[in-house]
Design a protein around this ligand. Sequence first.
Ligand SMILES: C[S@@+](CC[C@H](N)C(=O)[O-])C[C@H]1O[C@@H](n2cnc3c(N)ncnc32)[C@H](O)[C@@H]1O
Length: 290
Amino acid sequence: MNQLAQDSFTPFPGISAQVYSRADFEAVRDIVYDIAGIVLPAGKATLVYSRLAPLVRDSGQQTFSRFIEFIKKDDTARRKTINALTTNHTFFYRESHHFEHLASHVRPLLLDKIRSRQPVRIWSAGCSTGEELYSLTMTLFGPDKAAARPFLDGNLAILATDLADHAVAGAKAATYPFEALKDVPPALTNTWVKREGDLAKIAPELCAKIHVKRLNLLGEWPMNKQFDVIFCRNVMIYFDQPTKDRLVARFADQLLPGGHLYIGHSERVAGPAQVVLTLVGSTIYRKDRM
Ligand SMILES: C[S@@+](CC[C@H](N)C(=O)[O-])C[C@H]1O[C@@H](n2cnc3c(N)ncnc32)[C@H](O)[C@@H]1O
């Protein structure tokens, strides 16, 4: 029994254990952990119930235990279950010091690279609905479209990935309530965002440099090139320490020497990757040049 199973189990009052029991919660918890690495402590039993109850109902299964047997065999239902148990909270310009660092320290290096016709690769890993992705891309391009030409015309590719289908769809749509961009410097939104009523649409020429894909960070990574910059923020908080350590080591391998890794405010690099990743700012790491 792992430490999580020892936590208290507090299902909804009024929910019969024949519909949703501790064993059902633990079965869901194990499936989500095995597939996505997401840890669901017993304190999340109510959240699991409320997120999955509509899926249980729609599937025609009467109880969670029957639903669990069903998703073990049905890939689509299992995928919807995982989608429903991800937490996708995000917002534009979250942890603004990362974007300030990107603009002042990394952008000049990448501008030099792209001007000298070298490729530039950036990855927003666990991008949710794209607010981080577009915050970083607008920052990279800067407020002056003419000055952004080397990026727009050059060998730049920005990859954004998430496990959840609805998150990937949101990031691809590149359309947000205008109010959601209130923390982005107006100089950037003036250049890269078109207002249509209450909506903000990200400029198509900026989107043209972006590829949004579904990717499970625990699975195979199909990318064969290394990255100059990786953002993976507020994703590892859902993982246990061995998963975090393995993931950070993979990010370190996937970074070019001199490349930067940005992680969330409550996260830190531990494990084998510490040898090659140097802390250069608050939750900002640079891979040592060999
Ligand atoms: C809280 S959001 C963070 C979004 C953004 N990076 C930020 O900091 O605002 C966490 C995201 O990680 C994704 N995620 C969780 N487990 C994942 C996994 N195993 N592979 C890929 N993405 C995962 C979730 O779907 C969710 O959209």
